[in-house]
Design a protein around this ligand. Structure first.
Ligand SMILES: *Cc1c(COP(=O)(O)O)cnc(C)c1O
Length: 402
């Protein structure tokens, strides 16, 4: 595994994987917070940032929270996930959404990826619900465990949406809630509709490596007014009376500060520009590398316009003769930072004994996947350097042509 790059600490000549770009009104808005003293968890920027993200997500409501992980935790609670429930979730993902399921006392059931676009395999969800569950009195129960299955967490990995239409049909048929993890896919669309607007409730992240950053932060978006209100309530310690310190239940302090929101407001102004950059970078890599034997470029489904958040390609070592991890180490020597895809969560020590539907596709993607430098300010010179280095790695081991 490559180490995480610390923003601002990049030595000259080093090409980092994906770093924040601060070039708009960030200084102005943060200074405004400092000048006015509105630095903490309420303020104009929190409200403004919520409105901006709601607009981008195509939902009437947005609730700002401290992290994407906190957003997922609260969204699952609001959606009615309880202790001992089960939740279907992509196995090929960053670990945060599966952790959030455990914070609720619920259990993940891991779903394999489909091979074309690398997203949750919706057919596996359908087969599981049909064959391995009972559906009685509006409740799904897993025959293997007897537990109630309550929700589905599709994760739009790498900026690309999951195939939502069939998933929504299943959710309706089986009375399940969809809590979408769109933390990597802000700005992506599914049949022209923004990700996050299609599910019952969805979550974004504004961590440092995401498309838009607040340093750290998250957002819950939904069409459901009552759910939005409850999310705000739970993230503010379930406070009933602002004067008397009366609380209706055990809540959380998951608020985003006005300073972070100020950063977010400035970043959101640059969203169209950032998306265009990500898409241009992806197109250039795909053109230069995607047609090499044994290389699969970053795919995009006909139903989608991907945010192209994290440019990733597959290297099939049975054809190229070199494994993706060896390419990673060779590029590291050339001061180019790359990284593999996540360990599929059904193999993680964090979830021993968890049920998995398939898993082989995710395992193969984990072995073959390599993410390349794709910061929105990646220069074309630096991108050329990366492309040349990848080509040299692969040609160095290629069989000589006689
Ligand atoms: C980044 C990320 C999160 C969590 O976001 P944080 O803001 O870091 O808590 C959740 N899910 C996925 C898929 C992510 O990539």
């Amino acid at each position: 595994m490559s180490t995480t790059y610390e923003p601002g600490a990049a030595p000259a000549g080093f090409i980092p994987l994906c770093v924040p770009v601060i070039q708009g009104n960030e200084w102005t808005y943060v200074k405004d917070c400092l000048d006015t003293g509105w630095v903490s968890s309420v303020g104009n920027y929190v409200d403004k940032f919520e409105a901006q993200v709601a607009q981008a997500a195509g939902t009437p409501y947005a609730v700002a929270v401290a992290t994407g992980t906190a957003a997922l935790h609260i969204a699952l609670l609001v959606a009615g996930v309880e202790a001992d429930d089960e939740v279907l979730i992509s196995t090929l993902t960053f670990i945060a959404p599966a952790n959030a399921i455990r914070y609720c006392g619920a259990h993940p059931i891991f779903v394999d990826a489909e091979p074309r676009y690398w997203q949750m395999d919706v057919q596996r969800v359908a087969d599981f619900l049909q064959e391995d569950c009972t559906f009685i009195n509006g409740e799904v129960r897993n025959k293997a465990t007897g537990r109630r299955v309550k929700a589905i967490v599709p994760v739009d990995i790498l900026g690309h949406p999951v195939d939502m239409q069939p998933l929504l049909a299943l959710a309706e048929q089986y009375h399940l809630v969809i809590v979408e993890d769109s933390t990597e896919s802000l700005g992506a669309t599914y049949y022209q509709k923004p990700v996050g607007s299609l599910s019952h409730i969805a979550c974004y992240s504004f961590n440092g490596n995401k498309l838009i950053t607040t340093g750290g932060g998250g957002m819950i978006v939904t069409h459901n007014a009552a759910w939005a209100k409850r999310a705000k309530y739970l993230t503010t310690q379930a406070k009933d009376d602002p004067l008397e310190y009366e609380h209706g239940e055990v809540g959380y302090n998951y608020r985003l500060t006005n300073i972070q929101a100020a950063l977010g407001c400035a970043q959101m102004e640059q969203l169209p520009e950032y998306l265009a950059a990500k898409r241009r970078i992806a197109a250039t890599y795909n053109e230069a590398l995607g047609t090499m034997p044994g290389i699969t470029g970053f795919p995009q489904a006909p139903y989608a316009e991907s945010a192209r958040w994290m440019y990733t390609l597959l290297i099939d070592d049975s054809i190229t003769g070199i494994h993706s991890r060896d390419v990673l180490h060779l590029l590291e020597k050339e001061r180019i930072q790359t990284r593999p895809l996540w360990q599929p969560l059904h193999l993680s020590k964090a979830f021993p004994g968890a049920q998995v539907l398939g898993g082989q596709v995710a395992e193969k993607l984990n072995q073959q996947g390599l993410s390349l430098p794709c910061s929105v300010n990646l220069s074309s010179d630096n991108q050329e350097t990366v492309i040349d280095a990848v080509i040299r790695c692969i040609q160095a081991v290629a069989q000589p042509v006689r």
